[in-house]
Design a protein around this ligand. Structure first.
Ligand code: PGA
Length: 255
C-alpha cells in the first residue's frame, strides 16, 4: 500500500487579526518543531496570507488559501486568482468547502472549475465533499459525495487527484460539536477511495483523504486511527495553538 503522509490543515474561516495571527502563528512555529512525519498547514483569510508567508517561512508549517476563483483574470470583482496566490508562495487551496457551496451557491461544476484552476497553477487543491443531515438521514450520503467527487474527476480526470487532497466533511458535523464516529468517517473514506480506484488504483492508494467536522484534541486520535483517514481539516480547534498542535500530535500516531 502507498504511504500517505498525514496532513492536518487548519481552516481559519473568517477569523483573525494581525495581532491574534501573530501570536497563533508564532506558537505554531515553535510547537511544530517537535512534530515529525506529518504535514501541517494553516489556511488564513486572504489578506493575512502574506503575514502567514512571513511568519511561517523556514518553519514546518505550510499555508494555503480557503478559496480561489475559477477564472484566470478579468472583470471578476472581489475574486482572487490561483496565479495571485502562487505569486505569494501559496501551496494549498481549499476548494468546495460546504460553506462556500451552501452560502455562496457554489455548484459542483464551479467547484470542479476551481479545482482545475488550482491545479493548473500548481496549487494543491483540498477538495471538500460531504452530505447534509437530511441527505444522511435519507440514506443518500454515498450518492452525494460520489456526485461531488465525480464532477471533479469528470472535468479533470482521476489522475488530477495525484496532486490533490480530498476532505470528507459531513455538513452536520461542521461547527456543531457533533463529529462523525470514527466508523462513520471510515465508511465514507473507504467508499471515496474505492470510487477513485475504479478509475485508477494507484492514485486511490496514494490519495490523502482528510476528515473534517468538529475534530478536537479529544476525538482526533480515534478518528485518525481509521485506516482510510489520512489527517484532518480543522475549523474551530485550529484557532487555538495548543488544540491544533495536540491534533497534529494525534496525527503523528500512525505512519
Ligand atoms: P469545525 O470546521 O472543525 O469547526 O467543525 C471544520 C471545517 O469547516 O473545515
Amino acid at each position: 500500500m502507498a504511504t500517505r503522509t498525514r496532513l492536518v490543515a487548519g481552516n481559519w474561516k473568517m477569523h483573525g487579526s494581525r495581532a491574534a495571527n501573530d501570536a497563533l502563528l508564532g506558537a505554531l512555529v515553535s510547537g511544530a518543531r517537535e512534530l515529525a512525519g506529518i504535514e501541517c498547514v494553516v489556511c488564513p483569510p486572504f489578506p493575512y496570507l502574506p503575514q502567514a508567508a512571513d511568519r511561517l517561512a523556514g518553519s514546518r508549517v505550510g499555508w494555503g488559501a480557503q478559496n480561489l476563483s475559477e477564472h484566470g483574470s478579468g472583470a471578476y470583482t472581489g475574486e482572487v486568482s490561483a496565479a495571485m496566490l502562487v505569486e505569494f508562495g501559496c501551496r494549498y487551496a481549499i476548494v468546495g468547502h460546504s460553506e462556500r457551496r451552501a452560502l455562496y451557491g457554489e455548484t459542483d461544476t464551479q467547484v470542479a472549475a476551481k479545482f482545475a484552476a488550482a491545479r493548473k497553477a500548481g496549487l494543491v487543491p483540498i477538495l471538500c465533499v460531504g452530505e447534509s443531515l437530511a441527505e444522511r438521514e435519507s440514506g443518500r450520503t454515498e450518492q452525494v459525495v460520489a456526485r461531488q467527487l465525480d464532477a471533479v474527476v469528470d472535468a479533470s480526470g482521476a489522475d488530477s487527484l495525484a496532486r490533490a487532497v480530498l476532505a470528507y466533511e459531513p455538513v452536520w458535523a461542521i461547527g456543531t460539536g457533533r463529529n462523525a464516529t470514527p466508523e462513520q468517517a471510515q465508511h465514507v473514506h473507504a467508499y471515496l477511495r474505492a470510487r477513485v480506484a475504479r478509475s485508477d488504483d494507484g492514485i486511490a492508494a496514494g490519495l490523502r483523504i482528510l476528515y473534517g467536522g468538529s475534530v478536537k484534541a479529544a476525538n482526533a486520535a480515534a478518528i485518525f486511527a481509521m485506516p482510510d483517514v489520512d489527517g484532518g481539516l480543522i475549523g474551530g480547534a485550529s484557532l487555538v495553538a495548543e488544540d491544533f498542535l495536540a491534533i497534529c500530535r494525534a496525527a503523528e500516531g500512525k505512519e
